[in-house]
Design a protein around this ligand. Sequence first.
Ligand SMILES: C[C@@H]1N[C@H](CNC(=O)CCc2c[nH]c3ccccc23)[C@@H](O)[C@H](O)[C@@H]1O
Length: 442
Amino acid sequence: MKKRYASTWESLKEHQVPQWYEDGKFGIFIHWGLYSVPAFAPQTWELGEVPPDETWFSNNPYAEWYYNSIHVGYGPSYDYHVKKYGKDFKYEQFADMWKAEKWNPAEWARLFKKAGAEYVVLTTKHHDGFCLFPSKYTDYNASKRGPQRDIVGDLTDAVRGENLRMGLYYSGIVDWTFADDPILNNDDLFHTASPTFAYADYAYNQSMELIDRYAPSVFWNDIGWPRQGEHNLPYLLSHYYNTVEDGVVNDRFNDLYYDFTTKEYQSGSANRREKWEMCRGMGLSFGYNAMESDDKIISIEDAISLLVSTVANNGNLLLNIGPRADGTIPEEQEKRLLAIGEWLGVNGEAIYGSRCSSRESIKYTDQIQVHFTERDGALYVLIDAKGKSQVSVTVPGLSGNAVPLDPKVEADTAKIDGGLRFTVKNFGDSQNVAVFRLNRIM
Ligand SMILES: C[C@@H]1N[C@H](CNC(=O)CCc2c[nH]c3ccccc23)[C@@H](O)[C@H](O)[C@@H]1O
């Protein structure tokens, strides 16, 4: 019997994180929109590396923040905009320059499948207010302008055609078509953004139409929810769960409610006893930044290390791609997705459907760490030796027969000092992380 949720916080709190989200472990985030046309931001810091103050917001590495970055009236993006487009060029003019002329959603979905992703989360409306779906509440959308198609619907169909889950991102509290004073610190971001009741109703209405049109498996709200509309949330979220039985939401509703908490680069919180999700771009930006060449984005080794360390600590990794305005995915981003997919093809048994082990990760050096996951009574030992071709580590308190998942991994194990000594001589097809299965949990 399908559970029905009442529009009360008490009823919502009975919701459990669905098994598919616990098991899925790896998702693809997609930031695509008008900001993909200029595709520019300075390459400065990771979120959380410096305080969210004027220095951050006037040198914002997030290319999807282009509107605000030029609106502050100074800084690298402003200078770039004046030089490339001219002082009088309005951001809204990008709405008729964005054509997505080379976009093939089925091709994207095939790539995400090959990457080993279990879910996808696409921006439906980012802070600039431009909607990638035919919203009843604004004509500033991709069906009426630019691509002239239902981007959200077309990608949802393609993603579901590959048996992946489709999630939708919505910028709840920030919408620069309603309130666009330049944002220069977090107070502007969280407290003065979109201050009207009219906007709160708009956000509620658009969220309802996204739920009713697409029944997304993830409703990924960003930054916060309009305070004037907080009383709408129990209804909105109970309607969501009653519409999408195994739906799941993040923690960006003004600390009022969540299924999973979020980290973003170095910002946010992760507690391994709760379900959480790490999101980041491949470089410093979520929207495509044409300046972020192959040598400027996360390495394959670091991406695999991040996936393994996140999953071993009860998290999911939502790794972002920033497609070009024409609908192609930059080669350097595709290369990372395919490499992660290859690694998961060999070692996925230790990732998909696994659960966090009671054993905490062990850090031997900055390059050498050992992580643990458990599944169906087996313990998995994931040895991450970034930058090394061989490694020897002793894991205390382990015993039993350790079998590498990758047949091309050459390794010996020996009982020593009350632990198990692993000597990996060749990482085979497993990049920098060799995975072993122990058939008895000690
Ligand atoms: C995925 C990215 N999210 C950014 C907003 N980021 C934040 O508000 C990060 C702060 C944060 C981290 N964990 C949280 C949990 C609750 C509320 C805020 C945060 C966006 O500004 C950015 O353009 C991109 O869409």
